[in-house]
Design a protein around this ligand. Structure first.
Ligand code: PHE
Length: 343
């Protein structure tokens, strides 16, 4: 009986000293374990018999029970105290100064795209979305581009399964818009988007680039209106100082066709590496909609006429901001982007 009392007191004393949950668990493991002091006492029971055995067994149970109960109580109290301390330590001090977040910047591509769209919307154009993944028909055939035309070559165009292509020009939207109208009524739309060509990337070429297509179809639309429209666009985009010029050109889907140049922003027209010494940079192709294109897409060319143009978004951005390398537009280098702030 003395042994039992001693074991209990030793256990209680150690529990008294233990303050953290870890220490309490250690005491618990030591005293209540299979090879602990109480287990040893139970083993002694074998040597006894009858009433003595029962009384001795009861005493061990009670002593072990008392220690176990006190252990659990103290353990629970210690655990909740430690949890409270942890939560207090984690308290967020909202008066501390925050870490400043980096400011994002709009890519100049989209700054220019927004401006181009605004200019044409202010002239009464509707905006329609084309498809990045196009069919060969809309991208080439319905634009009067002959089957042997070099632009169709797989070395120039990204072909996809089932007659698909990544559109090489936003002109692909022309057929879709005309067909949606069922060959009747006026059209005055722009269609901006990304285009893709198998070009080697260099200072002035990128395998992805942006265009804004314009398409106007009505009864009696003339080339003079196209010129007037593009002059307004160029003046709003580049300012009164920049000059523009029209050069006759060739596209299968316009007749006649023109290319429009803007005087080089870098050298002011004297000639530099950016404009390849010419003083001019081409920004768009345009022309009167070819009668075949009108016909193939449901419009009667003896009743309707129209004009179309395709503005290079990247080229305009390069000119406006004096960007020395088209690849910068797509590199997403934060140092480059941070130069462009939205007004
Ligand atoms: N799609 C032509 C190009 O990518 C540009 C263009 C559009 C020309 C509309 C005429 C009319 O070069």
């Amino acid at each position: 009986m003395e042994e039992i009392e001693k074991t209990l007191l030793a256990g209680l004393e150690e529990l008294e000293k233990a303050s953290s949950s870890r220490e309490i668990i250690e005491v618990k493991n030591r005293y209540l374990a299979k090879k602990g002091p109480f287990a040893a006492l139970y083993k002694e029971l074998g040597k006894l018999s009858g009433n003595e055995k029962a009384a001795f067994g009861k005493a061990i149970n009670e002593a072990r029970g008392e220690l176990s109960e006190k252990l659990e109580k103290k353990l629970l109290a210690a655990l909740s105290k430690e949890e409270n301390e942890r939560l207090l330590k984690e308290k967020i001090d909202i008066s501390l100064p925050g870490t400043s977040l980096e400011e994002g910047h709009t890519n100049p591509f989209y700054l220019i795209l927004d401006e181009i769209v605004d200019i044409f919307v202010s002239m009464g154009y509707d905006v329609v979305e084309g498809e990045d993944v196009e069919t060969v028909d809309y991208n080439f055939t319905l634009l009067n581009i002959p089957s042997e035309h070099p632009s169709r070559d797989p070395s120039d165009t990204f072909y996809l399964p089932k007659d698909g292509v990544l559109r090489t020009q936003t002109s692909a939207a022309q057929g879709r818009v005309m067909q949606a109208k069922g060959g009747k009524g006026a059209i005055k739309v722009i269609s901006p988007g990304k285009c893709y060509r198998r070009d080697e990337d260099d200072l002035t070429h990128s395998h992805q680039f942006g265009q804004v297509e314009g398409l106007v179809v009505d009864k009696g639309v003339s080339l003079a209106e196209l010129k007037g429209t593009l002059e307004i666009f160029a003046k709003k985009m580049f300012g009164e100082k920049r000059e523009i010029r029209f050069r006759s050109s060739y596209f299968p889907f316009t007749e006649p066709s023109v290319e429009v140049d803007v005087s080089c922003a870098n050298c002011g027209g004297k000639g530099c590496s950016m404009c390849k010494g010419t003083g001019w940079i081409e920004i768009l192709g345009a022309g009167e909609v070819h009668p075949n294109v009108l016909r193939m897409n449901g419009y009667d060319p003896s009743v309707y006429s129209g004009f179309a143009f395709g503005v290079g978004i990247d080229r305009v951005a390069i000119l406006r901001y004096g960007i020395d390398d088209i690849r910068r537009i797509y590199a997403n280098d934060k140092r480059f982007l941070s130069a462009f702030k939205e007004e």
